[in-house]
Design a protein around this ligand. Sequence first.
Ligand SMILES: *Cc1c(COP(=O)(O)O)cnc(C)c1O
Length: 409
Amino acid sequence: MSTPKATPEAAPTWPDVRGRFGAYGGRYVPETLVTPLEELEHAYAEAQADAGFHRELDFLLRTFAGRPTPLQFAERLTAHLGGPQIYLKREDLLHTGSHKINNCLGQGLLAARMGKRRVIAETGAGQHGVATATVAARFGLECVVYMGTADMERQRLNVYRMRLLGAEVVGVESGSRTLKDAINEAMRDWVTNVRTTHYLLGSVLGAHPYPQMVRDFHKVIGAEARAQILADSGRLPDLLVACVGGGSNAIGLFHAFLEDAGVKMLGVEAGGSGHKLGEHAARLAASTGFAGARPGVLQGTYTYVLQTDDGQISTTHSISAGLDYPAVGPEHALLAEQKRAEYTAVSDDAALDAAHTLARLEGIIPALESAHGLAEVIARAPKMRRDEIVILNLSGRGDKDMDILARLL
Ligand SMILES: *Cc1c(COP(=O)(O)O)cnc(C)c1O
């Protein structure tokens, strides 16, 4: 193998000007949102071209969020599995406990730059809401977070955190009273208050430019990991692994490696409690037997969506709230189609076991989302060579999941 370049080759230039990743992505929104999305697209392009914006964001990522995060060799886990060399990208060490702060700082800074003094967000388990409320407090912005009332009951502690940080948490009573309903409500607010308000979307979902913008704010994960593995082992990894909810932590890790042909990529979705529609949240892992995903439009973007035969959005299930959503980021739909990345799904039980294993062997309690990625690494390790290198994105820490993890004991 030739010596890899220290910085990645120019990454692919998608999305195209219409916000398309191949056939996926785009902008499927009511008329009233077209102008605000165009305004956001232009403001983002301007910020991207401004060295001052990047300097300020880098400064905040270092001094407020805790970047760069370590790339840690998981010595005891590697020895225990007897397979490849396993490295952990420690996004769990960031402020507020996960990678989500990368995107919130980027969009918060952009909102302030656009003169918007109010940010709104949707949240499922509350993790994105907490990260948004944190950034709003840091920048002195008004903050409203929409959350399904079913989720509010399940995630009381995060509701208190958001309120302590000065955010208003608005309970949503419609539909299944969960994330998808909270997104609908946030969209309604945005339409009404768009002059003063930025919608701080939490993953690589929604209408253009969100999937591109959120990806760009997370690219730092892979850029760091690539330089770190080259410094540590002198070569590129053989396999990258990350869990996929909307897909932001995964694309954040993958992006810097897309032109490195020898680096395989694996996204791990929620296999939930079974293969039937409603029992899982596997959108791209259909080839492994999970029912119900086909291309469709949800919340502004064309992508793989879990739906019934007549096109109604399906309910989903995962033990891990961050993976429990019926659609996946459009860039992942393209990477799956191109077979540049592979997607699979892992059950609730396997994720719980994996969390337990990491706690005992490495002294790290992972978020249940991240534990899905780990479970697949554990499953594949026996089939891999000892000289192969795997990087697993440890997207978050497990404090928020202690109620569920405690059931194991
Ligand atoms: C929200 C969350 C995820 C899922 O979101 P992606 O956009 O797929 O990254 C994964 N891990 C953690 C810890 C999360 O909080």
